[in-house]
Design a protein around this ligand. Sequence first.
Ligand SMILES: Cc1cc2nc3c(=O)[nH]c(=O)nc-3n(C[C@H](O)[C@H](O)[C@H](O)COP(=O)(O)OP(=O)(O)OC[C@H]3O[C@@H](n4cnc5c(N)ncnc54)[C@H](O)[C@@H]3O)c2cc1C
Length: 457
Amino acid sequence: MSKPDALTALGEMLGDRLSRSKSDLDLHGRNETYFPFLPPDAVAYPETTDEVAQIVRICAAHGVPLTGWGRGTSLEGHALALQGGVTIDFSRMNRVLKVNSEDMDVVVQPGLTREDLNRELRATGLFFPVDPGANASLGGMASTRASGTTAVRYGTMRDNVLALEVVLPDGRVIRTGTRARKSSAGYDLTGLFVGSEGTLGLITELTLRLHGQPEAISAAVCAFDEIGAAVDTVIQTIQLGIPMARIEFVDAATAAAFNAYASADMPEKPHLMVEFHGSAAGVAEQAESFGEVVAENGGEGFKWSSRPEDRNALWTMRHNAYYACLGLRPGATALVTDMCVPISRLAEAVEETRADIAQASIPGPILGHVGDGNFHAILLVEPDNAAELAEAKALAHRMVERALRMGGTVTGEHGIGMGKLDYMEEEHGAAWDVMGQIKRALDPMTLMNPGKMVRAN
Ligand SMILES: Cc1cc2nc3c(=O)[nH]c(=O)nc-3n(C[C@H](O)[C@H](O)[C@H](O)COP(=O)(O)OP(=O)(O)OC[C@H]3O[C@@H](n4cnc5c(N)ncnc54)[C@H](O)[C@@H]3O)c2cc1C
């Protein structure tokens, strides 16, 4: 039982689809934020579920760790091979297997990206709504229980995954869930694997819920003098039941970042960006009701448009917000926070966070999917500057404490990875022990993405 023997066996099985090239190891050792370079020993590129199962069996026989890789866009070092071993890159399992238009669902392979899925669905009148800023893979998105700008209307990956095929740590292949819209048949294993960050098994197929493309869409932007007024507008809009498809907040620093990165022309003030989906009359009515709430809270420049090119420009800019904020401090990397609180505590949570960041020596633009009570601070630090990273971690720690004090969670959508592990006990108490028991039951040798989500023993 040895790693070299496992790599030899994998090489015989996969040929040049087992890579040990420097460029492949470099690519799969990097991450989008501040975590260090951690390359695996090899990268495998399977093309079928059978191949994934064989890779898992070989690795299990030799005690070699395995880490899944979708597009590597996760923000907490999730896909880094902390203990080396084999990274399984799903980019060659990227096909749409079946569109069931009548039932509004689709069966896909895990390496397919959300943008490629929606391109393939364009002619069907259907779409898949979950949209993290990055063009992530659907397997990665299920594994982090991702969401994005549309969760306020269409839900997160939790709500949009109907069924999965999973290779377990011992190489067994199981199916969880069915294409039925509901089921009372046993433990919800689909829900268990969604959000498990590749620590319990590798997802090789997903059945996803689709939605009808709305008849009419309009998008709007408005500015506020104060963060509090923008956030109050969000809270009142949600409480009034205005059916927003998107309602996003950016602070003045993020607006400045958009101006520099995307040649936008926004006043350097807090903004809301919103979208309405429905019939032409419904969309107009929603926009009007929202406009009244904006006016009551002193918002200005309320502009809305149904032109697809305006909407696309707006949401492309929003999806690139992370890179725009990085541009505020050339050469910087970031620690990205992800607190999420009940909507009634949102104004307080954002204000306290803003005041805390204002005292700090590092910049920290704030933006978020505020319709869900979820917002991020992008804490910009110089790479290899230990003092700045310590300051960013202290700010992030206070945000975590704030989220938990307000009845919220340490991570609304990004997940645990390496960065949030220390907070699991505080958020979950004894329930975290139960997660550890589940892990040990399914993965007794701790080979699947070791060092993440739970403590090994
Ligand atoms: C600019 C930017 C904006 C972002 N915006 C958002 C946002 O709005 N909302 C949000 O939720 N996230 C956001 N993210 C984070 C990221 O896009 C999500 O976490 C996404 O779900 C990761 O998908 P991925 O394909 O890149 O997965 P990876 O990063 O490759 O992997 C993520 C985790 O899933 C595991 N994994 C991957 N594939 C599989 C599989 N087939 N089976 C089992 N485990 C697997 C990996 O081991 C890892 O633990 C953003 C990131 C960036 C860079």
